[in-house]
Design a protein around this ligand. Structure first.
Ligand code: NAD
Length: 587
């Protein structure tokens, strides 16, 4: 057999070892060619059965990341979408039908099609490390687990548990997967060879969910579980905006979890989902995120010690997040009682995310309150997150720089102050970079990496790499007013404020935005960000001579409300008033 993406070996005990090693790629993904080859291997093994089969990954980073997204995005028609879906199903069905014990040995990420292949095996063995995660995240790109994931996961762990994973796209580690019944055994990867031999020599009975979990898939209970799931989903997104989660519920309830049973005209069919604009947007988003990840690929030595100054809403949470991600973090503020709430929030985060007491304790040990600022001299990176006041920040920087170690980087989390207004007090202004996190830090993936006129390219690159090191998405941008996000957001918020001025009720403005698909209305958003922060950003954007003032006006479009017939006079009035009111509102 001539295989490009797989390597098949048979050992002395007549066990077959199949290694997935996608040619020309650092990550295993399923292209048409890789799927076809797997089908050939399954046919070959069915004709000459070994005593057992283990499927493993030859890649360092994980088992498999799912369908090849590049191939996936070239799909142009419903027929092509169905052909790709059918191929995956046929191949994984062949694996599932093999008449001898089969086992997927999983390390690193196991996503989408990777999980569906693992589910097509009779057993699963998982590495016990924190980087090993299994998920069916198709919903996040607007589709459903279409290669048998739905139909195979439900009987294994029950409908409610499977729906929870499929509707959120949430991943589970080995320990949680074992508890749920997705994995038969969990062991460090270095023990895989022995564990595979033991499991294939005496395979455990196929997992069955406990009674309470199994009940959720009984025909009489199914309608109730489906309607409860729909209700929960509808609290997050409307079906016309985001059809995939609703399609997953239909797929399970009405079509036995097999997409091939769904008529093409049904809204849950692969053809309908592929054609939906939300799916296209989500796929684009996925690819853009990949591009952002690439910004952080190079950056020299990773940061080991982070020092954060300012333990408020932002600094406290940045410090907590970095310690969660394995860094040693010293957290400074003016007095211990200012740091205490941040430490409490960190503890709550670790308890929620890490669960195991020894891991929570280890993360807490990495987060060190440091009122005296002893960490300044040891830190590779210092992030300033004190009050949004240029004078106070400058004073802090002037005292800080002489105490920083050679080569250390200084970062500011300022939302609005141009870096050049802060770097003047520094002997080495090239070491200052903006690391603009968003609130709430634990949930917001984006970090703007802000380049001042004097920031050195190495420091920019290090800032981008740091964002990746703590699992955030770096967005490099210049130190222009509003950076990028606030520059995009401000015209939208501004328009909402102008409408409010014109007497339109806040509730109506927010309802219109939500109706359009925004998760939250602009008035509620401004309130959540904090009117003081909005004020500071607006003030920065409308300062005379700022390029953003012009671009802000240019990008500000009349809202749908304003475009309604009969509103022309109001629109004209608004345009005239815009410059006056903008200043009044934001400053
Ligand atoms: P905050 O008021 O919650 O916290 C500021 C903290 O800094 C306080 O605990 C204060 O005691 C401390 N502090 C002040 N001067 C200090 C000094 N000289 N030394 C040590 N500590 C000092 O403020 P925040 O909302 O966390 O914002 C902090 C920075 O982050 C600001 O620059 C802000 O623009 C930026 N930011 C805020 C948000 C947001 O949503 N709040 C989002 C992104 C960026």
């Amino acid at each position: 057999m001539d295989l490009k993406h797989w390597k098949l070996e048979r050992d002395a005990q007549d066990l077959a070892w199949l290694w997935f090693d996608r040619a020309g790629s650092a990550t295993n993904t399923f292209s048409t060619e890789a799927l076809r080859e797997l089908g050939q291997v399954a046919e070959h093994l069915a004709a000459l059965p070994p005593k057992g089969l283990a499927i493993l990954s030859a890649k360092e980073n994980g088992f498999a990341a799912g369908a090849d997204i590049d191939e996936f995005t070239t799909i142009a028609s419903a027929e092509q979408a169905m052909a790709f879906t059918n191929l995956g199903n046929e191949v994984f069905d062949k694996v599932a039908a093999l008449p001898f014990p089969t086992l997927a040995a999983i390390h690193g990420f196991c996503m989408g099609g990777g999980t569906e292949l693992a589910l097509a095996c009779r057993h699963r063995l998982m590495d016990d490390g924190p980087k090993t995660r299994m998920a069916l995240p198709e919903v996040l790109i607007g589709i459903v687990p279409g290669w048998g994931g739905c139909k195979r996961m439900v009987p294994l762990i029950g409908a409610a548990n499977a729906l929870d994973l499929m509707l959120t796209g949430r991943s589970v580690d080995g320990r949680r997967a074992k508890k749920l019944g997705l994995a038969d055994a969990v062991t460090p990867k270095r023990h895989f060879a022995n564990a595979v031999r033991m499991l294939l020599a005496s395979p455990p009975a196929a997992h069955r969910p406990p009674f309470m979990a199994a009940v959720t898939d009984w025909p009489v209970v199914r309608n109730l579980v489906a309607s409860m799931s729909r209700k929960k989903v509808s609290e997050k997104a409307r079906q016309d905006h985001y059809p995939a989660p609703y399609a997953i519920i239909d797929l399970w309830k009405d079509f036995g979890g097999d997409v091939r049973n769904i008529p093409p005209s049904h809204p849950a069919s692969m053809a309908s989902l592929f054609a939906h604009p939300t799916t296209r947007s989500l796929i684009r988003l996925f690819k853009l995120q990949d591009r952002m990840k690439a910004f952080g690929k190079e950056g020299g030595e990773p940061v080991r010690h982070l020092h954060v100054i300012g333990a408020g809403a932002m600094g406290g949470d940045i410090a907590a997040w970095a310690a969660f991600k394995g860094l040693t973090v010293t957290l400074q503020d003016l007095a211990p009682d200012r740091i205490a709430p941040a430490v409490q929030r960190a503890h709550a985060l670790y308890k929620k995310r890490l669960k195991q007491p020894h891991l929570v304790q280890a993360a807490m040990d990495r987060l060190i309150p440091d009122v005296a600022g002893a960490g300044v001299a040891k830190a590779d990176l210092i992030i300033e997150a004190i009050v949004e006041n240029a004078e106070i920040k400058r004073k802090l920087f002037a005292g800080l720089e002489p105490r920083m170690k050679e080569g250390a980087i200084l970062a500011t989390n300022t939302s609005s102050i141009p870096l050049q207004e802060l770097s003047g007090v520094l002997a080495k202004p090239e070491r200052l970079v903006g690391l603009h996190f968003f609130n709430p830090v634990a949930q917001m993936m984006l970090v703007e990496i802000v380049e001042g006129p004097q920031t050195s390219p190495e420091v920019m690159q290090a800032g981008q790499a740091f964002a990746r090191q703590i699992d955030k998405l770096p967005l490099p941008c210049r130190s222009a007013p509003g950076f990028l996000v606030n520059r995009v957001l401000s015209p939208y918020l501004m328009e909402a404020m102008l409408m409010l001025d014109e007497g339109i009720p806040a509730e109506a403005i927010d309802a219109a935005a939500k109706d359009f698909g925004m998760p939250m209305g602009p008035i509620e958003l401004a309130d959540m960000v904090g009117l003081d922060i909005c004020w500071a950003v607006g003030h920065e954007l409308q300062r005379p001579g700022r390029p953003s003032r012009r671009s802000c006006r240019r990008t500000s479009r009349p809202s749908a409300w304003a475009r309604r017939p009969g509103r022309a006079s109001t629109r004209g009035r608004r345009a005239r008033r815009r410059s006056r009111t903008a200043a009044a509102r934001w400053t």
